[in-house]
Design a binder for this molecule. Sequence first.
Ligand code: ATP
Length: 225
Amino acid sequence: MIRKEEPILVLEDVSLFSAERTYLSKIDLKVSSGEFLGILGRSGSGKSTLLRYILDLPFPSSWKKTGRVLFFGKEKKEIPARWIQPVFQDPVLGFNPTWTVEKSLREPLRLFKEEERFASLLEKWNPILDLDGKNRDRLPASFSGGELQRFSLLRALLCEPKILLLDEATSALDPLLNEQVLEALSDLNRKEGTTILWVTHNVRSAKKFCSRTFEILSRADQGVK
Ligand SMILES: Nc1ncnc2c1ncn2[C@@H]1O[C@H](COP(=O)(O)OP(=O)(O)OP(=O)(O)O)[C@@H](O)[C@H]1O
């Protein structure tokens, strides 16, 4: 049973290291449901690595992991996949190159047996993320990085996740669209309580949109502001 009063995400003493170096060192973090948490830190400090650790994605086999990650007090594999939606910086990797963009966007809903909701869910997000009807039958390679980033966000949002994990997921958008998307995500966070973890370099935007920031200061030290 999922206990709603549990923090949505807890990291306990998370470390990741190889024989040569440490990538994450003793990270403790508790995220309550409904937070918009900015994850900050200098380039190479381990922000994307932390997100990959949280998502239980593979690392080189010689690396060692210690600590644990809990969603609602449980391991990730015990939580419905659609509740936890990542969006990565490089959207090309997330699209099957032989599928039209529409097929890729429909696929999660097909797996959840909710494909009939595609149009209504799309209507909610399309004014901002703009999957033009004429574009739907095109393959990913025919879109720009910014367009694919929008479609990656759109696909994650169509899943109605409880927690969105964004790794520089708006970085390829022009400044105006970037701001509009963040406003929309902020709205989603405030009105629907969707928890957001946002890896970003943009300290100014993090201060504007996030309810809290977590900074990876160095591999040996980290802190919450
Ligand atoms: N699979 C891997 N093999 C070797 N080194 C890796 C691997 N993944 C990450 N690293 C190293 O771990 C360090 C942290 O990388 P990470 O991408 O997490 O940093 P970041 O804070 O997200 O940086 P940026 O802000 O520049 O995107 C870097 O030095 C990177 O080279």
